[in-house]
Design a protein around this ligand. Structure first.
Ligand code: GCB
Length: 586
């Protein structure tokens, strides 16, 4: 799937703005023809945006809702195929044009589109309607409405994770047009030979011939059954990296169509305890994050993106993980431009393996999400790794355990989880053999679940969920565990989460939990221990900023406060500690 562009052959019309909105808790909208227009209690609702943040009354509402907008389609588009594209609509959406259903999509955070050429009216306004619901269910990914989350983790809404399950049209809705005979897909894989960059391009198009141009290098394309391949050699290429994120413009032209995209020439590899970018060891230092902000919720918020990148750079970070779902395409493009190294994650957070019917449903959804994510993000130089699951959960978790086979010998979910996760890892490797694949492991979870991954990614809360308040003991526990994992796997280790909830403005001497001093000391000892170990290939703090959480006794004021910035983006003391470590010598 290609990101829609505006150029000499293609058109794009952004339908972002204020849409008509109405909740449909009784699910009568379809029968009553709401797809042709809403009546009754219509609310103005901003798109992109989460409805939960825009109206206090809708904060906890996750059920069916309708968005409607009217638009002309420019007459200049006649003769082209007209597409309707939705950037993200968690979780299940149905799309209508002029009252006719054109398609449906399941799963949030990834785009989907339909060819609506036959539905378009050229001389009058068209009605676009999208119904969306984000009901929590054990058969969805991520899952919810399960009884497994009890005790301290019981939350409202009843999720299996702690971020708030925002709902709505989170990314722009676009109309776009392409020539009748058009370019359907472009795949770019880059390699290095000496100082030359090799750019292999595969184009899928309804065409006989075409052309590639990248700077002053070009190639002719000859299509066979809709596919053409060519290799471009860039002599003395300027490589893409976190330090110099240089991008070339690649133009693909066929008889009737034109598509262009940015290309970063770079390689990623794993060797022993190192991750190599262009053959040189690189550290992935930064954060786990969330798409989250006041008023916009999980809605695309461009000024926030720019600000967040600037703040991450200020700390010295060069990497982050799209915890716990794919982020917007605009975010990925900014990462290409700004030189961030991304671990790109599907929405598989807190999978469990306890009910065969649910497991089968989740596996299907994870496989769909991997396919859609790789189709969407495959050409971004910033994406250096795929992550197919965050913290899959064994039935009988040994929180502070070593996660050995013996620890889990009586737990049937250990085996089921292994089969499930290995299936996902292999799928991602088959779809994209050019990038490492990982699973982010839960503290105490079975380490066997990580065996097929290329990089050992671990979330650990030494000094928070265990040994809270005891930083010296926590440091010893962390050190021993890191060395044990290195011995077991001999692969690079990234700490993809470590963090301490911290109430901004709360101070203490001695530094006790929740104070800024505690978080600063906690992060300092982690970075010190990581710095002593060559095989640690990155430290990613949980979290970049405080974020909206489900309500529970674990989360003060509805926030997870492990951010080194507040939700409003003011730094806590810990942000300065990161800056001290990560900008040293720069
Ligand atoms: C985790 C999860 C993350 C939570 C975090 C926490 O392990 O991956 O989603 O927010 O812990 O703060 O508890």
């Amino acid at each position: 799937m290609l990101y829609p562009v505006q150029n000499d052959k293609r058109n794009r019309l952004d339908l972002s703005g204020i849409w008509d909105f109405r909740t449909d808790p009784d699910h009568v909208g379809e029968a009553e023809g709401w797809s042709r227009g809403l009546s009754g209690e219509i609310l103005p609702m901003a798109v992109p945006g989460s409805w939960n943040e825009q109206y206090a009354d809708l904060f906890n509402y996750l059920d069916l809702s309708w968005y409607v907008r009217r638009t002309y389609v420019p007459s200049a588009w006649q003769g082209q195929r007209v597409m309707l594209r939705v950037g993200s609509a968690p979780y299940y959406a149905e799309v209508y044009v002029n009252g006719q259903k054109v398609g449906a999509h399941e799963g949030g955070h990834l785009p989907f589109e339909f060819d609506i050429t036959d539905q378009v009216k050229w001389d009058e306004e068209n009605t676009v309607a999208v119904s969306v619901e984000n009901n929590l269910s054990p058969q969805r990914v991520p899952s919810g409405d399960m009884d497994s989350a009890i005790g301290a983790f019981a939350s409202f809404p009843k999720t299996t994770y702690d971020f708030f399950p925002f709902a709505g049209l989170h990314r722009p809705v676009w109309l776009y047009s392409v020539p009748e005979r058009h370019i359907r897909d472009v795949r770019v894989v880059t390699d290095l030979q000496g100082t030359d960059g090799v750019v292999r391009v595969t184009v899928h198009a309804d065409a006989e011939t075409g052309r590639l141009d990248l700077g002053d290098v070009g190639a002719h394309l000859t299509f066979k059954e809709g596919v053409a391949e060519a290799e471009l050699r860039v002599l003395g290429a300027r490589l893409w990296s976190d330090k110099d994120p240089y991008l070339y413009d690649l133009h693909v032209r066929t008889e009737g169509d034109h598509y262009s995209l940015k290309v970063g020439i770079r390689t990623v590899a794993v060797e022993g305890g190192k991750i190599l970018l262009n053959g040189e060891p690189v550290q992935l230092n930064g954060f786990g994050r969330h798409e989250d902000f006041i008023a916009s919720g999980k809605g695309l918020n461009l000024p926030l993106l720019v600000k967040d990148y600037q703040l991450m750079r200020w700390t010295g970070a060069n990497a982050y993980r799209t915890s716990h779902y794919p982020y917007s395409e605009e975010e990925m493009m900014l990462a290409d431009q700004e030189g961030f190294l991304i671990i790109d994650e599907i929405p598989a957070v807190s999978l469990n393996f306890e009910n065969d019917e649910n497991i089968a449903a989740r596996l299907r959804m994870c496989q769909q999400q991997i396919e859609e994510l790789i189709a969407r993000d495959k050409n971004h130089p910033s994406v250096v790794m795929w992550c197919v699951a965050n913290e899959p959960m064994p039935g009988n978790l040994k929180l502070a355990g070593a996660g050995t086979k013996e620890d889990y010998q009586d737990d049937p979910t250990a085996e089921k989880g292994e089969v499930f996760l290995n299936t996902l890892v292999r799928q991602a490797k088959d779809l994209d053999p050019t990038r490492p694949v990982t699973v982010v492991g839960l503290m105490g979870g079975p380490t066997a679940w990580l065996a097929e991954t290329d990089v050992i990614c671990i979330n650990r809360y030494w000094g928070w969920y265990i040994l809270g308040g005891q930083l010296d003991e926590a440091r010893a526990g962390l050190s021993a565990e890191l060395d044990r994992l290195w011995e077991q796997f001999g692969k690079p280790i990234i700490m993809t989460e470590f963090g301490a909830d911290t109430m901004a403005g709360m101070h203490g001497q001695p530094p006790v939990m929740w104070t800024e001093e505690y978080q600063a000391d906690y992060i300092r000892f982690h970075l010190e221990e990581a710095g002593k170990r060559d095989y640690v290939a990155g430290m990613q703090v949980w979290n970049f900023a405080d974020f909206a959480a489900v309500q529970s006794i674990m989360r003060v004021g509805g926030l997870n406060m492990k951010g080194v910035f507040t939700r409003q983006r003011t730094p806590k003391m810990a942000a300065h500690v990161l800056r001290e470590f990560w900008t040293k010598g720069k």
